[in-house]
Design a protein around this ligand. Structure first.
Ligand SMILES: C[S@@+](CC[C@H](N)C(=O)[O-])C[C@H]1O[C@@H](n2cnc3c(N)ncnc32)[C@H](O)[C@@H]1O
Ligand code: SF4
Ligand code: SF4
Length: 396
């Protein structure tokens, strides 16, 4: 199975300026591995992509979510208490001023980003600063805000859907499928009314043992959504043994106590028939459909069983994230790892971004990662960021 990157030539034809910006972000990642990682691995000159986890709050409780799901570590009264720490707009504006010369692609997520109270002014400010802004959302607020989103020409929406109606709602909550579809319709209506091709809109589907047999039905349904892409994310998983190995490793190497990784020991990877899933994904890739299909990570047919069954076997190595990416958390803490954000590098409310990004803690982390076996930590083996940017293991 190959990842279908036809999204790039399609975008080049439709929107060369945006395509160039995305390509620049991608090349920043590659260059950082050839230059910074190789010659001076403790520091970097590149920043291609910056994530903002804007809020710990969410209106859904998707079962597999490492934050809010069955095993999620950011729920209930804890999330409510944490939400009091969210970064105010003016601090984010100061951060944008600090980073804009690097022109990173911005990826806003959460929790649910639409629950960040100043989302619209924040995106306005980022876009005025020349940044490319994408928003990852559960889609349930799109209908309400379609007019504003299209008027403001947001660049891209990554909308989560995890199956056709009944399956999606079992995972993401009753009625969520219909709300997302109503959101797509509202955005498409506004785009037609306003004569705009922004925002480009795509679906992200997280594969698990509750939905994999339903993926073709979802793919059929997406024909009407006017999508720019559909990403199948094979999922971020771990198990108790890897959690314990990571716990000991991070304590020893970086004096860090881990709390996030256990949220991904969900069991939703168990019992997936790799051959059947490969056949389903192959049929989807072969569909006569307008939008590109992207599988992350792309795997050889016989390796899907290993992806889900043998969670300690790497399929991607040499994590490049700390040399070109960062995640700013809802409280202002900066981390390299968006999902497993256990090692804070510093806080943007107290310290200028690049002093954090190339500060002592960042240097320690990069050096520890570089000297680790295969350029990853034990807990990194199914990390989504590494599935996107890591080096494909031969045969996988
Ligand atoms: C945590 S959500 C935050 C943004 C927004 N609330 C949403 O659902 O799109 C970001 C993405 O992570 C995905 N996700 C949740 N749990 C996951 C898991 N265990 N493995 C991989 N992706 C997961 C979601 O489906 C979503 O596409
Ligand atoms: S909508 Fe997003 S953040 Fe909320 S529970 Fe679902 S995956 Fe997690
Ligand atoms: S692979 Fe590991 S180091 Fe890299 S982003 Fe993921 S969790 Fe962090």
């Amino acid at each position: 199975m190959n990842t279908n990157f036809s999204v790039v030539p399609q975008l080049l034809k439709k929107d060369p300026v945006l395509a160039k910006r995305i390509a620049a972000s991608f090349f920043a990642g590659k260059k950082s591995m050839l230059v910074d990682h190789f010659f001076h691995p403790a520091t970097t000159n590149e920043l291609g992509l910056i994530y903002f986890r804007l809020t710990p709050l969410c209106n859904l409780r998707c079962v597999m979510c490492g934050q809010r799901g069955d095993k999620g570590v950011l729920k209930g009264s804890f999330a409510a208490a944490e939400s009091k720490k969210i970064v105010p707009l003016e601090d984010y504006m100061r951060l944008v001023d600090q980073i804009k010369h690097k022109k990173p692609v911005v990826y806003l997520w959460g929790g649910e980003p639409f629950l960040y109270p100043d989302l619209f002014p924040l995106v306005d400010y980022m876009m005025e600063a020349g940044l490319t802004v994408s928003v990852n959302t559960n889609g349930t607020f799109l209908e309400k805000y379609a007019k504003e989103i299209v008027e403001r020409k947001w660049h891209a929406l990554f909308v989560s859907l995890d199956g056709f109606e009944a399956t999606n709602d079992r995972i993401r909550g009753e009625g969520s499928y219909r709300r997302v579809i109503a959101g797509f319709e509202a955005i498409n209506r506004e785009k037609a009314l306003q004569g705009s091709h922004y925002p480009y809109m795509g679906v992200v589907t997280t594969v698990n043992n509750l939905n994999y047999r339903d993926l073709y039905a979802l793919a059929e349904a997406t024909r009407d959504f006017k999508l720019a892409w559909h990403i199948y994310n094979l999922g971020t998983y771990t198990d108790d043994a890897i959690v314990e190995e990571q716990r000991a490793y991070m304590k020893r190497e970086l004096d860090t106590d881990i709390t996030c990784l256990p949220g991904y020991a969900t069991g939703y990877n168990e019992g997936i028939d790799g051959k059947e899933l490969f056949d389903i994904l192959s049929r989807i890739h072969a569909m006569d459909i307008d939008h590109p299909i992207i599988t992350v990570p792309a795997l050889e047919p016989d390796k899907i069983d290993i992806y889900y069954g043998k969670l300690d076997a790497p399929v991607r190595t040499q994590c490049s994230v700390p040399w070109s990416q960062a995640n700013v958390d809802y409280n202002g803490d900066v981390h390299f790892c968006a999902d497993y954000n256990d090692y804070p590098l510093g806080n943007i409310r107290e310290t200028p971004f690049f002093e954090i990004y190339n500060g002592e803690r960042a240097k320690k982390f990069r050096l520890a990662l570089k000297r680790s076996k295969d350029g990853i930590f034990p807990g990194c083996v199914r990390c989504y960021q590494n599935m996107l940017c890591g080096k494909r293991v031969s045969g996988f």
